[in-house]
Design a protein around this ligand. Sequence first.
Ligand SMILES: [Zn+2]
Length: 256
Amino acid sequence: MPKPLRYAQALRYNRQIVLPQIDLDGQERWQQARVLVIGIGGLGCSAAQQLCSSGIGHLTLVDEDIVEVTNLPRQCLYSDQQIGMRKVQAARDRLHAINPECTIQTLSKRADDGLLQALIPDHDIVLDCTDNLQSRETINAVCYQHATPLVSGAAIRFEGQLMLVDPTQSSACYGCLSALMQPSDLSCTEAGIFSPVVNMVGAQQAHIALLYLINQSPTQAAVLHTYDGRSMQWAQFTIPTNQHCPVCQGKQKENT
Ligand SMILES: [Zn+2]
């Protein structure tokens, strides 16, 4: 049973609690929830801010980078005075100022397999806010191994994409999606990124995670949501399971 909210908390979150889909019960579940955010760049800043201000009880932030001047146009938790600081420390300071009741654990480390194996089983949901394919595939594999749900987000130029991966269902995983995509080594450094798009995708990752945690998921698993920021159009595609996917199909074979 979730711990009841104190009066001050009920007051703070009143505009959410009055929504019947959330109610006191949903707010109490958020207070008990542990969410892992991997990568505190444009996606992670936006997602972590929404999760923290909405009342998630525990956030773990993982990122090995430091704040650079080129981050500031889109990475909304950082200020000019924080250039040169570890991103996780700068993000924690800002998030504590927004909501001191959120417990924030920070790891200024690379999210490799060993670290993910230690962290993921200890969290209710994972947000992949990284910017490279290798990290995305490792996060997907470890989430699958521990049956932990994952919200994957990505943004480049004016384009964004989102997908919920739920290992408890027999739907496609991120590996199935990446097998369909053209290999590309382009990063935001070379290709550019429009700040409102990356912030919106990060906020949408938090949106999916918050509602998933109270059994109100706004999307089915394995549905890819793509956003075109030049026309403001969303599109949805159901990703088929790749019969040769070593992550989700390997797991299914183990279970049969
Ligand atoms: Zn798969």
